[in-house]
Ligand binder design. Sequence first.
Ligand code: SF4
Length: 167
Amino acid sequence: GQNKILVSACLMGYQVRYNGSEKAQLATALARWQRERRLVIFCPELAAGLPTPRPPAEIVAADGDKVLQARGQIIEITGRNVTAHYQLGAWLALRAARENGCIAALLTDGSPTCGSRFIYNGSFSGQRRSGAGVAAALLRQHGIAVFADQQIAELTAWMEQRDENSM
Ligand code: SF4
């Protein structure tokens, strides 16, 4: 079948961000892929049973890779440790990607789950650090190419190349 792309649900305008706000990023490429039924729209945190709205959470002094190795934690601003929920969300994202034949993922940057270029540093003060969230890290570990929401042009070029190669 056609190469598919796992997409953060909140990029498609669904109200799933922790604060319930929309993140409208429906670029022309996304609309086209959606028409072609190539998008697998997924929210790992919702899949793991976290509610909307939910308190913001950050990875404390680590990144997604460390959390997957149980050497980092994800804490809500309330202090609740939600590491296990976020790890589960990552595994569910990987399963969805595999079951649907996704070779790439377009994920919302900055999220402790979906971030791929930056995340927040765990101090809940808006401080960024470079690194990936748990789902992005896990997808990468399993060979899926992860792109941030600001990289639609890069993803488009990458997919075109893959499509040509598979023709
Ligand atoms: Fe969006 Fe990912 Fe957060 Fe879900 S887990 S709201 S898809 S950034």
